[in-house]
Design a protein around this ligand. Sequence first.
Ligand code: KIV
Length: 279
Amino acid sequence: MSRVSIPDLIKKYNEGESLTMLTAYDAPIARQVDRGGVDMILVGDSAGDNHLGYEDTLPLTLEEALSNTAAVDRAVEDAMVVGDMPFLSYGTSLEESVENAGQFMKGAGADAVKLETAPYGETTIEIVSRLTELGIPVVGHIGLTPQRMNQIGGGYVQGRGSDTSATAEALIETAKRLEEAGAFSIILEATTEETGKQITEAVDIPTIGIGAGRYVDGQVLVITDVLGLSEESYQLSKQYADLNSIIGDAVESYVDDVREGEFPSAENVFDAIEKENNQ
Ligand code: KIV
């Protein structure tokens, strides 16, 4: 069976069906996310803090992102796999941006790439235009763009128009430019609900929100938050399982079993030695 394609997504979008996206960074989780029926799996640069234990997304290397994407690609049958381009793996030059995006598609098996765009983001818009011309599908990402966290100064909601928050107008214009450059979808992160709605109304490609409210065309969340594997909880997210507790309990049970001689039992060993009575 082939994976979800851009025409499949556009059909759902035209029919008013909400699009679904979750992140994944490794094969076992990607397999389950795929089986759960999402339309798209984002191999996010959120792997930096959610998978590889960095402070944030900035240290994630291109090699790490490609390795995560390849692992997800090997596990996924149905969902579209979107590789997220890490900080400074694009934008330094057009040539390098194209080469690096190409590695996600050729080597790592991604079906599309995602890159963050600052308000008006001329350099990134030019890259999006070149990538789409060459056949690399692009998902844009505007609003709160964590790769610019050192400039923004924190996780501030965008669209309010202040020192720490771009205006709604700037974000709407950026979305329009991304659409014109060929992006087939745009992620909106942490915007006011009104801004998310206005951007969604201003473009004819699907908007996928994470903390962008209810009037967008689809939703994306970070899988570790959804599964309860994070140390923090966020207002924009929702936890659907408590894997921290489940895994913690499983590990404690294993440790107890080994210490008490309950594991391995005769069923777990090869050519088991008959235990003598009272042993
Ligand atoms: O890397 C990521 O997980 C993301 C989502 C927050 C959209 O960019």
